[in-house]
Design a protein around this ligand. Sequence first.
Ligand code: UGA
Length: 449
Amino acid sequence: MRLTVIGCGYVGLVTGACLAAAGHEVFCTDIDKKRIDLLNSGKVPIYEEHLDEVLKRATAQKKISFTDDAGEAIRAGEVIFICVGTPPKETGEADLSAIDHVARQIAREARTPKLVIEKSTVPALTGVQLQKALAAYSRGGAVKFAVASNPEFLREGTAVEDFFHPDRIVVGVESEKGAAVMREIYEPILDRKFHCPVHGGNCPKDPNAELLITTISSAELIKHASNSFLALKISYANVISDLCERIGGDVEEVTRAMGLDPRIGTQFLKAGLGFGGFCFPKDIQAFIHLAGTIGVEFDMLKAAERVNKQRIDRFFEKIHKALWVVKGKKIAVLGLAFKANTDDIRFAPALEVVRKLQEEGAEVHASDPQAIGRTREIFPHVCYHEDPYKALEGADAALICTEWKIFRTLDWEKGGRSMARRLVLDGRNLYDPKKMQQMGFEYHSFGRA
Ligand code: UGA
């Protein structure tokens, strides 16, 4: 099938590349000409494991192309995926101006009927507005548009694997015809008819994902309800962690035992610095805002958001207690990305930590395997080190902010030798407190005595 992808950010690129790998012909466009030029020169503008490989293969097979001519891309596809950004406004409400812009563009440029799919994360009822905009701006109703919602559940860092091996595919449609088109698009994924770069032809034999056909409003709600629930889970674990500190329990023991109950599950109960990234913080805000506008109180989400913001304060309480004065101290920050395996620093807890350290007059030395380039643009006065051991040299304290494997497996004997003081404050609970103490470290983490 011929598919158009509008917006070559992380969601658009992964969607476009993986659908091309599944045999569709994909036409990608973006208003950022530099990004299109970069993609046309064979480079990938974001760090996402396996994405370069999938793109290279699809390009060689002439299954994917990139153009900054939106009209050309719109006319080329039978189906259009809208993958543009929906950033938060000051009020927490999602800013849908890019979706509106694209809707008008599609209506103007299309010459044949199109199925227009919301792939960007949008609040419920966006589908209705999208349908209205397409009809209002089409050439006197000459071209017919249908709308569908197909939320993505990809996690940054494992997005390619998630796309090829989903646990569910949700499609909200308004007609049987729309459902049939969506089934055809995802058939190769469901039937595993693609080259999987993650497992190299040896994909695990887990049961095939379910394709859920729903109404458009349900599909929109499923996305926000899922992300907000996961965010709630993390904040819940963080409050348990605070309780553990006061009572003398161990949050890792408590959440592990809780998670063994299949009704709860072990994932997303990791206590620490809390959630960041471009999804949870903005989605939880947008969901609270949406509920508010229709008169539904969603206090538990407000509490989850508040708990998450307080994680940085809790970390700084620990820092002040251990280090006393921050001003003039040399502090190593290990991890800048909002989580491991990505170069994404949007709403990363680490950035808040760096900002506060600088405000308090610390000399910050930071290390991250992928996110230094992006962070340097925001904090030019931080000293950056590719090698984490260099960041530790002469440091009065090391702060762990991202759960990268390279930090998890760090040789602390080696690192500790060059530090001015053996003090580690672990915002991601990566190490065994006993082992750290045996190595002579003063070690503080979250929810562990
Ligand atoms: C999240 C969802 O997990 C995806 O399903 C969804 O598609 C995506 O948002 C989206 O809406 O696009 P992502 O933002 O990539 O994916 O990151 P997660 O792996 O969910 O982690 C979010 C944050 O929570 C990270 O900062 C992570 O460090 C933190 N976290 C996660 C915890 O603090 N504790 C945990 O137990 C798990």
